[in-house]
Design a protein. Structure first.
Length: 391
């Protein structure tokens, strides 16, 4: 090969090597640029914390019961001759209900009165005789034994008169028992004995009355809330709300009983609340939703429950900064309030927390807000459909 051809071959090899080096340098440059390029923002949903007065409530299912239940019975045996109301009527205290035939009892009163009159005459005669013997004894006309005999006779007549007086009072009471009156304001039920049947004293039930104005609701809550129940009840802050089929139609009452023992089988503590029930909407035997409002936390901070995460160091939330980066903030939950949680510390009002997309986040990461939840103010008596509060 001539020197000129060899020179061209060497030049061509150098050119290929140069192109190869340029290509490698370009590839490395592109790789370095891609390595330093920021990752795309993480799409998230956010919500702004709310600061407000927030109720602390517990939810339960309750059973409506009459404040008082009375089985009306006759105190005397006799024929039922009249009923003054129809089954199902609302009765008021003192209203006439039934009449037992009074004729036999009127005769008993007259008989006892006649016996009493006779006994009084006998007593007066014995008293005068004793007085006469006292004079004779002072004149030594009779012995002391004779005087004492007259005294015993007088006392015997006195005791006999008092016994008959008691019989008369009993007869008058029995006569009064013939006219049965309503013992309280209440709703009547079925009348069990028809007119003209014999009623046995203190045995046969005539009707059952249920006092429903006011009325009570029985329910239970977990025993772990006993201390709070007792505390707020002693302060007079506890209000109880109930609703039937409509969650908007709430009735307010007051807590009237914290039972003296927690149920060992269920761990629940029985409670009772009393309601005026002037409209009669609550009815014995009815099942109702119960909301027990223990107190109201002033200026509490609330966040959506789904924004709170669990980590090795405890509970935390992701907070969005003004530059669209995120940071971790530890928080402590005081209690749940429906779909929200009340915080005991960690956040202030107006902070933006991540409610969705947390799994892709890291401290300092950029985020892109795809939706923002506008948190509503929690009402003093939240919707009764929510049943998680206080847990």
């Amino acid at each position: 090969m001539n020197p000129k051809g060899l020179k061209e071959i060497r030049l061509l090899c150098r050119l290929v090597l140069l192109l190869s080096l340029c290509s490698s340098f370009s590839a490395c440059s592109r790789s370095d640029m891609q390595a330093h390029k920021e990752p795309p923002p993480v799409p998230v949903s956010i919500a702004e914390t709310v600061q407000q007065d927030t109720p602390f409530f517990l939810d339960a299912i309750g059973n409506v019961a009459a404040l008082n239940t009375v089985d009306v019975k006759s105190r005397v045996t006799g024929e039922l001759i009249r009923s003054f109301f129809k089954a199902g009527d609302y009765l008021t205290a003192g209203q006439e209900m039934f009449t037992i035939d009074p004729a036999p009892f009127e005769a008993k009163v007259k008989e006892a009165q006649a016996k009493l009159n006779q006994s009084r005459v006998q007593y007066e005669q014995a008293r005068r005789e004793y007085a006469r013997f006292q004079v004779l004894y002072s004149e030594k006309a009779v012995s002391q034994e004779q005087l004492e005999t007259k005294q015993v006779d007088m006392n015997s007549k006195l005791y006999q008169m008092e016994l008959i007086q008691a019989e008369l009072e009993t007869a008058r009471l029995n006569l009064g028992y013939c006219f049965i009156k309503c013992p309280l304001d209440g709703e009547s039920g079925e009348i069990f004995i028809d007119n003209f049947n014999i009623v046995n004293a203190n045995q046969d039930r005539l009707v059952t009355l249920k006092q429903i104005k006011p009325i009570k609701v029985k329910f239970s809550v977990p025993g772990k809330y006993l201390d709070q129940l007792r505390k707020y009840h002693a302060e007079g802050n506890v209000t109880v709300y109930v609703s039937g089929t409509s969650t908007e139609d709430l009735t307010a009452g007051r807590l009237t009983l914290i039972d003296n023992a927690i149920n060992l089988k269920t761990g629940m503590i029985p409670l009772e609340a009393t309601f005026e029930n002037t409209d009669g909407k609550l009815w014995p035997g009815q099942f109702v939703r119960v909301r027990l409002e223990l107190t109201v936390s002033k200026n509490a901070i609330l966040v959506p429950q789904r924004s709170v995460n669990e980590g090795p160091q405890g509970q935390y939330v992701w907070v969005m900064n003004s530059d669209s980066t995120v940071a971790i903030k530890p928080v402590k939950i005081d209690r749940r309030n429906g779909e929200m949680v009340v915080l005991a510390g960690g956040l202030g009002a107006g902070e933006r927390v991540i409610t969705d997309g947390q799994l892709l986040l890291r401290p300092g990461a950029k985020v892109l807000v795809r939706s923002e939840t506008q948190l509503k103010q929690v009402e003093k008596t939240p919707n009764m459909k929510t049943s998680e509060s206080g847990s």
